[in-house]
Design a protein around this ligand. Structure first.
Ligand code: LLP
Length: 412
């Protein structure tokens, strides 16, 4: 039995988008983003909470505008993200700047724009203290508990480059004292694509314990990492369990810490946008060889690198033949690499050349990680709201790419 389309879109809407705007095209569903924000908010209760959106998951300005309308702040991790957020009109005090391997220039840029820095290295904390004694700062800790859907996305623990190990809080406090720094926030982010509440709580327990000796905290930022179910057999993160396991300890900490204004921050990316996005591609080449059937598409790892990079699973749906019998395919891209696959041996409704496939759950870390490798232009992007689909980024042409590169040559 062909599976139903487990996406927020009606198949007709996606077929119409493909007809109107061509392929490859990312399509995002604004109401689903708002729904995820609401769901999360409803479960983060009992203590003051602030939500930031980790803009690296999908930094299209139209998506950032939705976040802004919904009252979220932003987690920015590079000067590009920071400037985009500021130029969109996001107030500096609603942005947290968490650049990794931060340079002096990046430090000055954020501080001069009035944005709070989140610093995860003692050496940078010292440089910040020397440059801006008496300033407020947030410190990223490594609670030594990490988790994630793949080892490449585990961002805490013994092998992680992120954060100051929690055993070094004495040194953090000594540096802060030496430069009069006010540590107003403590942060951790333990990894991405986490579907089990226990990891969040284990790490939070460490962070809360480490926070006790710090006076004057305005917030504790518990990061992002909330997963979404990509595989049909994966259960969604149990938000009731998340609330029960996490919010009660946060409530007790809040009461004991004795600062009513203390706020708990979360900075999810994937949870808010992942399921709201689909990548539409067209199959242009069918090939049977060595007992396999390859369905070759007009997109590839340059547009959605997660399968090639993490072996990530994205559900596939044949929009052009929804009732077709399921058959196994290797669904490939058009990039000159053997790892350029969307799926291997995957049952999909029978595919014919010209069919449009929807690659689901592609709203997070899809377009934001896309490249023009092999000089293939990036996909177009479409946002679907209550008013219908709207093109939010046009596809560039190969001529555009060639023009841009040739323009770098010295004029003769
Ligand atoms: N905060 C910080 C400091 C982060 O580094 C990240 C993600 C987030 C929040 C948001 O994490 P999320 O809620 O989206 O899990 N490219 C990978 C994911 C890398 C995540 C990196 N950091 C993927 O496609 O699975």
């Amino acid at each position: 039995m062909p599976s139903p389309l487990k996406a927020p879109f009606a198949p007709d809407v996606l077929r119409a988008v493909a007809d109107t705007f061509g392929t490859p095209t990312y399509v995002y569903h604004a109401p689903t983003i708002r729904d995820r924000i609401g769901r999360l908010r409803r479960h983060l209760t009992g203590v003051p909470v602030r939500l930031l959106y980790a803009m690296k998951a999908n930094s299209h300005p139209a998506i950032l505008q939705i976040m802004r309308e919904e009252g979220l702040g932003l987690d920015a991790v590079s000067p590009g993200e920071l400037l985009l957020a500021l130029r969109l009109g996001v107030e500096p005090d609603r942005i947290l700047f968490s650049a990794n391997n931060m340079t002096d220039e990046e430090m000055h840029l954020a501080h001069e724009r009035g944005v709070l820095l989140n610093i995860g290295e003692l050496s940078r904390l010292e440089k910040f203290g020397r440059a801006y004694p008496g300033s407020a700062v947030c410190v990223r800790l490594n609670p030594q508990v990490g988790a994630g859907h793949h080892e490449h996305v585990v961002t805490a623990g013994a092998r992680s480059k992120f954060g100051i190990p929690v055993e070094q809080t004495d040194r953090i406090r000594a540096l802060a004292d030496a430069h009069g720094l006010r540590i107003v926030g403590l942060h951790h982010h333990i990894g991405s694509g986490i579907l089990h509440t226990a990891h969040f709580w284990e790490a939070a327990r460490v962070l809360l314990e480490a926070a006790r000796p710090f006076e004057g905290l305005r917030f504790i930022n518990l990061g992002g990492g909330l997963g979404i179910p990509y595989r049909p057999d994966e259960a969604p993160l149990d938000l009731d369990n998340f609330r029960d396991a996490l919010m009660a300890p946060l409530r007790s900490f809040h009461a004991e810490y004795g600062a009513p204004a203390l706020t708990f921050w979360f900075e999810p990316g994937r949870y808010l946008v992942g399921e709201a996005g689909v990548l539409l591609v067209r199959v242009n080449t069918l090939k049977s060889a060595n007992g396999r059937t390859f369905a070759g598409t007009d997109s590839g790892m340059g547009h959605l690198v997660r399968p090639a990079m993490y072996g990530a699973y994205h559900a596939l749906y044949n929009l052009s033949n929804p009732d077709g019998a399921l058959q196994p395919y290797d669904v490939t891209g058009n990039i000159c690499e053997s790892g350029d696959l969307f799926a291997r041996d995957r049952p999909v409704q029978t595919i014919r050349e010209g069919d449009i496939l929807a690659i689901l759950d592609a709203g997070a870390y899809g377009m934001s990680m896309a490249s023009e490798y092999n000089l293939r232009p990036l996909p177009a992007e479409v946002l679907v709201t209550e008013d219908g689909p709207r093109l939010i980024r046009a596809r560039r042409t190969p001529e555009d790419l060639a023009d841009a590169l040739l323009a770098t040559l010295p004029r003769t």
